[in-house]
Write a protein that binds this ligand. Structure first.
Ligand code: TYM
Length: 327
């Protein structure tokens, strides 16, 4: 039996290059070696307000991105989180062993709560990492391929798994995060100190996977750069380093070779070529997304739910039994 990976994306905004490079690209590479489960986490998305019609549309759209990017339903299992009620049930049980200060220190909660205004942040938003822990632990997951922003949540998942195992006996596998250095944190094009984000206030922060050619060119032209005019890959030039990372990851040309290619040239040429690289990546992806019908995708997601349901059911029964619920 292959070891298992699990990961997910929220259908809560426009998917962008950060989501693709930080997560999906690695999933596609890992799906041959691992028993792979990829979830569209709609229950996480509702921790901030969502329009119901938009949520439905985006849930299918995220699954389309998975498939168009190369997630193969013959190798991997995509499904919708809310189709498996065991996620919420296990989250409730894990709530009872998690401590309030552990959740209070979660950076994503602090950021999002600050954006919403602390008084209007939902209890769901606070509890979000516990639902994520239950996503992961239900399936005996060994590896969780994510971007850097999720590492703290995976650390908490390990803490909760260990605590449960100590109290009630060996039940959960302690999962490890999987990231790759160059892609774990793709930064905003408008500010290289903040990550590229679905919920950014300016569209100049991100390149959405649905952006058309004109939009990509406009956004890259406007992307902030560092002082100086040379194309060098260095920590002293965080904006340029981020753009070179994107270029390199999408073209498979190393940062060193990119530096060489632009000796004697400046930002203008570099940005023009970067726009070409991004457009050459996006256009075939967008074509594949368009070709996928909603019906076909929903059928794949339903089949996925049928496949993972027995795994979730078995693990939850084991948990309920261990804590003293009558089966
Ligand atoms: P979400 O929907 O915010 O993001 C989806 C994935 O994209 C990665 N990511 C990035 N990677 C690099 N650079 C960026 N700028 C960038 N922005 C986002 C995220 O790290 C993530 O891997 N809590 C999760 C969803 C989730 C989950 C899970 C993940 C729910 N349950 C179980 C793994 C396992 C989230 O909010 O992702």
């Amino acid at each position: 039996m292959k070891p298992r990976i699990f990961s997910g994306i929220q259908p809560s905004g426009n998917l962008h290059l950060g989501n693709y490079l930080g997560a999906i690209r690695n999933w596609v590479k890992l799906q041959d070696q691992y028993d792979s489960i990829f979830c569209v986490v709609d229950m996480h998305a509702i921790t901030v307000p969502q329009d119901p019609t938009e949520l439905r549309r985006r849930t299918i759209e995220v699954a389309k991105v998975y498939l168009a990017s190369g997630i193969d339903p013959k190798k991997s299992t995509p499904f919708i989180q809310s189709h498996i009620s065991e996620h919420a049930e296990l989250a409730w049980i894990l709530n009872t062993i998690a401590k309030i200060p552990e959740l209070e220190k979660m950076t994503q909660f602090k950021d999002k709560a600050q954006k919403a205004g602390k008084e209007s942040a939902s209890v769901g938003l606070f509890d979000y990492p516990i639902l994520m822990a239950s996503d992961i632990l239900l399936y005996d997951t060994e590896l969780v391929p994510v971007g850097k922003d999720q590492l703290q949540h995976i650390e908490l998942t390990r803490t909760l798994a260990e605590r449960f195992n100590k109290k009630f006996g060996e039940t959960f596998i302690l999962p490890k995060a999987f990231t790759t250095k160059e892609s774990e944190n793709i930064m905003g094009l408008d500010d290289p100190t903040k990550k590229m984000s679905k919920s950014a206030s300016s569209e100049y922060n991100y390149i959405a996977l649905t952006d058309d050619e004109e939009t990509v060119r406009r956004k890259i032209k406007k992307a902030v750069t560092d002082s100086g005019s040379e194309i060098v890959y260095s920590d002293d030039k965080p904006a340029l380093k981020n753009l070179i990372n994107i270029y390199s990851l999408l073209s498979e040309i190393s940062p060193k070779e990119i530096e060489k290619k632009y000796v004697g040239k400046g930002y203008f040429d570099f940005k023009n070529d970067l726009a070409d690289v991004v457009i050459n990546f996006l256009q075939p992806l967008q074509k594949k997304i368009e070709e996928l019908s909603d019906e076909k995708v929903l059928k794949i997601l339903e089949d996925g739910a049928k496949k993972v349901q027995p795994i979730a059911k078995k693990k939850l029964e084991e948990v309920k039994n261990k804590i003293g619920f009558i089966g």
